[in-house]
Write a protein that binds this ligand. Sequence first.
Ligand SMILES: Cc1cc2nc3c(=O)[nH]c(=O)nc-3n(C[C@H](O)[C@H](O)[C@H](O)COP(=O)(O)OP(=O)(O)OC[C@H]3O[C@@H](n4cnc5c(N)ncnc54)[C@H](O)[C@@H]3O)c2cc1C
Length: 522
Amino acid sequence: MTGQYDAVLIGAGHNNLATALHLSARGWRVGVFEQAPEAGGAIRTGEYTLPGFRHDWAAMNLSLFAGSAFHATHGAELRRHGCAFVPVARPFASSFPDGSWAGVSTDLAETLATIRALSPEDAQAWEGLVKGFAVRAPQIFGLLGARMKIHALAYFMIKTLWKSGIAGTLDLARFLLSTPRAWLEETFRDPRMHALLGAWGMHLDFAPDVAGGAMFPYLEGMAGQAFGLMIGKGGADTVIRALVASIRARGGTVETGAPVVRILHDGRRAQGIELADGRRIGAARAVIAGVAPSALLRLTGGTEPGFDARMQAFRHAPGTMMIHLAMAGLPPWRAGKALQEHAYVHLAPDLDQMARTYRQAVAGLLPDAPVLVVGQPSVFDPDRAPAGKHVLWVQVRMAPGTIRGDAAGTIAARDWPGAAEPFAERALDILESHAPGTRALILGRRIVTPAELEAANPNLVGGDQVCGSHHLSQHFLFRPAPGHADGSTPIAGLHLSGAAVWPGGGTGAGPGFLLARRLAGK
Ligand SMILES: Cc1cc2nc3c(=O)[nH]c(=O)nc-3n(C[C@H](O)[C@H](O)[C@H](O)COP(=O)(O)OP(=O)(O)OC[C@H]3O[C@@H](n4cnc5c(N)ncnc54)[C@H](O)[C@@H]3O)c2cc1C
């Protein structure tokens, strides 16, 4: 062995960095080894189009990180190392094909005015939801932050029963199992309200008719109303730079350009890792693999047949394509200038279109009308672009990892190098139809296909941005496999971590912090 640590971590995604910092703070010697030239995984920022235009490669919305238990514990240290956020008071809006729009602002009166323009009854329904959020939020956030063990879940159920009674508990359970469509249609009347919130399900793989998906439109809507949204100052990588600096300041190692090719073990206990350059690094207490389940299997060479079969069968969600645009100005939204003041503008006209898009992507087809999430971060953080100019972060949902055909029948290519340009043009046509004149403002662009997302970060299998479907059969106690939702594996001292493990994808550092506290005992 050429090096010896208490814990060796594979991959420098924010989850592993969070684990490494927490363990360092508890006196562990940690070494993090990352295959890419830079740390951060799905949280990276760079000049991907033109000099002076800083784009978030993948994650842009850091609300989950800023509101996380990890940040509550280590935020002061991160701030000392330069971590800074920009709060956004108008988190999201939707532009509709008929020229109307609706949006959410932390100013309730403002939100209600936009909803009232669609439907007075829906404005009332929104007000009711906002009032109820104070009761429901601690229940849901309590569940999402809990260790996912049977006894922890039983304790959660008993607490909910005690506080909310049988009717309240059943109501919560029914809500947690609902599809986005079922909840949206019983809550709001106007189809545009269904679309405004339903689009949030598409950030994961909760198309409108997938059970268990209602929670996400609800939480994003209510959290957006209550807290707005957080982006990183200067770029999302502010959190990564601060995490790496904090770990190094505590004596830990973060090495980039260091692919891990093997996990060393004797079938019973993990001993360390082997790097592509042949170095073997020892781990006295833990090897933590922040990788996709199928990669864990490759790195170990197999552990125990039942567990290995689950890792092999782990399902990924459809992919994402990103389009980064350097802009001479903001999109001239047809629905009005107000849309330029929201962090995200969703172009997702109705639930049926979202359902169709999802079905097409799952079937390997390039969707005929994909959902677009248009991020406008430089409105709130002007330093990301030269004076008066802007960056746009355009997420195209969904896109197949492997292309079997084109739902519109006009793109002949069956691989991403050939399909990238015409599919991006399809997406830009949609943007142009909502904001005529946008194309003329584009100064530079960089398309990132699902295949490129995976090439840069092997955890994003097929461009799956959340490292694994969050459908009910693979969530809660079942993420990534029954009995292993805490990241434990059949090999002592070897832990799986990152977005594939409960509580899953996003920038909330949940899997990493739950594991760190379990290992450190606090
Ligand atoms: C396009 C896109 C947009 C997103 N937008 C948002 C958003 O706005 N808000 C939000 O909350 N979430 C968003 N997400 C999801 C979120 O970013 C991820 O779920 C989260 O960052 C995953 O973090 P992680 O620590 O689990 O791993 P990752 O960030 O995936 O990092 C894993 C790291 O491990 C490394 N690695 C893998 N194998 C090896 C190996 N063998 N050796 C060494 N290193 C290895 C990889 O190179 C990578 O750096 C987005 C994701 C994508 C892709």
